[in-house]
Write a new protein. Structure first.
Length: 366
């Protein structure tokens, strides 16, 4: 290679940037020790802006298009470098390409719950997350405030700052709006736009950035509060609680009749619990009802079955067992009011449950 070919190779003829990352905000043209040739071509593609910087001072800014780098196209740079009558020799200058396209699918979220005072639940904690889009609004401010001498400036480098600003603005917004937690979903669109404007006020003039979109995707309550809400919703879906308890009682009796092995115990537990809950819920659901104290616990009866003790049972459970033929007057029972195990038919509190004995059968027909 000859001397002139070597010198020609050290001169830059074309200044351009082909971005294939979709995440880069600013990219500095790698000039190294090369010099930009007089009359070189500058290619600025759609979605880009080229900024010439001379010794730390922002000079000329080029919008999308193709330019020839001569004195007429570099008026500010010509003044800074003292080209009063034009120039013919190569020159040194830093060239930054700034992307003006939207960088989408950026995410934000509350790292810690936001404490609020809600009209329905009182003090609660809320979590939220969403997405936002970012683009360069003023290349000069962006280069001065954030980029500096960085050769490549990615959106992730300013992501932590933006997420902090969004979370702070979100906490202030929902606190000032006084919207109930259960109504936040219906106001998501309006709150998202207010949130975008609040953050934009802080980054537009100070950092030269624009926030085309800032969306609130979801607002959630703590798991324990959500579980309580699910329970409350289930009660509302059931509707008539007294009828529901009666239905459960009927189901328990059917299950007891179909399970001979544990029928006596199941009948006692199901019927006793069902009657007690049905009475309490019925009183609570009645219009104008006043909360009553719970009734005293029923007497506990134990029954000897095949040499084993079963129970305790209440009178309702024993009545059900008698009607099913599982409890007879000869069945041994015990309670705290008895001195020892006694046949059920000889206990005054239980004798009336068996009713009068059936009459003797009629004589056979002749």
């Amino acid at each position: 290679m000859g001397l002139f070919d070597k010198l020609r190779a050290e001169l830059i003829d074309i200044v351009e940037w082909i971005d294939d990352t979709n995440r880069t905000l600013v990219w500095r043209f790698p000039r190294y020790n090369n010099e930009i040739k007089h009359g070189a071509q500058l290619v600025v593609r759609p979605g880009q802006v080229a900024v010439f910087v001379d010794r730390g001072k922002v000079a000329d800014v080029f919008q999308p298009g193709m330019y020839q780098l001569v004195t007429a196209n570099l008026p500010v740079l010509s003044t800074l470098q003292g080209w009063k009558y034009g120039f013919e020799s190569p020159f040194k200058c830093e060239v930054y390409f700034v992307s003006t396209r939207q960088i989408t699918d950026l995410k934000w979220g509350t790292p810690n719950p936001v404490m609020l005072r809600d009209a329905d639940f009182g003090p609660i904690r809320l979590r939220a997350f969403g997405t936002y889009a970012l683009k360069a609004a003023d290349p000069k401010i962006l280069l001065t405030a954030l980029v500096g001498t960085d050769g490549v400036f990615e959106a992730d480098e300013v992501g932590e700052l933006l997420r902090s600003l969004i979370v702070s603005a979100f906490a202030q917004l929902v606190g000032e709006s006084k919207i109930a937690a259960l109504d936040l979903a219906a106001n998501t669109a309006a709150l998202s736009e207010q949130l975008r404007k609040r953050v934009l006020e802080k980054i537009d003039d100070e950092y030269g950035l624009e926030l085309p979109q800032c969306l609130i995707v979801n607002v959630s309550l703590p798991p324990e509060v959500e579980k309580a809400l699910d329970t409350r919703t289930s009660i509302g879906v059931i509707g008539d609680m007294q009828k529901f308890q009666q239905f459960q009682l009927g189901q328990a009796m059917v299950a007891s009749a179909n399970n001979p092995a544990g029928g006596l115990g199941a009948a006692g537990a199901g019927i006793g619990l069902g009657m007690a809950m049905g009475a309490q819920v019925g009183q609570a659901m009645a219009p104008g009802a006043v909360a009553q104290p719970p009734p005293p616990p029923p007497a506990a009866w134990h029954v000897a079955v095949n040499g084993q003790t079963q129970g305790p049972f209440d009178l309702a459970a024993l009545q059900a067992a008698i009607s099913q033929g599982r409890l007879t007057p000869a069945t041994m029972v015990w309670s705290a009011v008895l001195a020892g195990w006694t046949p059920a038919g000889q206990v005054p509190a239980l004798a009336g449950l068996f009713g009068p004995p059936p009459p003797p059968p009629p004589p056979p027909a002749p």
